[in-house]
Design a protein around this ligand. Sequence first.
Ligand code: ADP
Length: 232
Amino acid sequence: MDLIRLKNVEKRYKNGVTAIYDLNLAIEKGSFVFIIGGSGSGKSTLIKMLYREERPTKGQVIVGGLDVAKLRNKKVYKLRRKLGIVFQDYRLLPKLTVYENVAFAMECIGAKKDVIRKNVLKALEDVGLKNKVHDYPTNLSGGEQQRVAIARAIVNNPKLLLCDEPTGNLDPERSMEIMKVLDDINKNRGTTIIMATHDKEIVNKMKKQVITLKDGHLVNYKQKGTYVDESV
Ligand code: ADP
């Protein structure tokens, strides 16, 4: 079954730049998909349309059965509850501990304390940080901070995890640790993962599905792809 479907999607920003042209895409539940392409090729714009940070100017974006472009602002929470998001720059709250950072999202939706505790500890275990629950983000390495951000993104058991350049600030070794964590989440939790990156080494090592964008056009969609096209 498809978790995501894009039909004839175009995104033209107000300044006249078209970031995505006539994009058609179907992503099955449980997939792990890389979105690759050079800077300015439309990767972030595509990710942003999936969580309704941006609306398409034409076409349809369906995520988990929701017609995202048509969703009223008041109903965006319905979409956001289906997904978790990880960014390049972690975006943790510095005054909260690791546990509190991960618990925060669940507190916001009014979950019960015992459920929060169970989910937070499981999420931190899944990213290998159960021993750091009481630490503050500033005492953690970049790789560890990103793992906290991943735990926060999966704590509500979303169907979809969106990652926009999650290894962009990390060295190759830490990057591969993050990829192992994401691969385990995909395999063990069945979470669909979509990750924008321009890191060729990672894409070639992981052998996942690869969507290649170039100047806003989809130029390739491979099932077990590598980052071979040197021109993108
Ligand atoms: P990538 O993530 O692949 O680097 P982006 O999706 O960020 O690409 O950008 C695609 C194109 O859209 C670029 O030409 C960029 O300058 C433009 N763009 C991105 N965001 C905006 C915006 N908010 N307003 C206007 N143009 C934008």
